[in-house]
Write a protein that binds this ligand. Sequence first.
Ligand SMILES: [Mg+2]
Length: 241
Amino acid sequence: MNQSLNEKIRCFLLDIEGTTTPIDFVHKTLFPFAKAKIGEFVHQNFDEIQTEIAQLKAEYRKDFTDQIYGRDFREDSPESVANYLKFLIEVDRKSTPLKSLQGKIWQAGYESGELRSEMFADVPQAFERWKEQGKTIAIYSSGSVLAQKLIFKYSNFGDLSGFISDYFDTNIGHKRETESYVKIAAALNQPPKRVAFFSDITAELDAARFAGMQTSLVARKGNDSIKNKSDYEIIYDFNEV
Ligand SMILES: [Mg+2]
């Protein structure tokens, strides 16, 4: 990003997976961790997760009626609840109670020191530089806001959460929809052109650009090949920004 453009930017809006953090961390560490722990977590926290269990029961009823899940679901049985959760993980269901429980499992894992998130090495340096320049830093990821906060709090470079002013997840809208970026700019109190969005996914950049944001394509080790996508400015490292 050239200097005159940088000076016009007031807020850096960042994706996480493939942008600040290796995709592998999410797929090879975070999700397997929650999957491995979910049975034990349900048993040990059964009384505290009654809200999620009630939501799961509603989801189960539909799956049972539609003959997608043939086993029973007993809301008084940790075993039965855990079995249904494992099924939802197997089929990669975007389930609100499952997401909530995964967030709680990760929180326990981070707090005990069993989990630590991974940031690319240029991320903490960029955060410091942007703060010195008076910029705002915000996050937009499909992971829940709780999961996002944990990722920045418990990183391999220590607690980076102090740099981040706002977190947005799909409650504000989907990442490939322009309307989401319009809403985010409004929430940040900025005209879209003062916001620079960074992501490894061109469909997300298309939506942000249509909303009027500045956009850059992030190319990191482990990301999909970006050949033929050179319509966007490509950033290999935040030191270039
Ligand atoms: Mg991404």
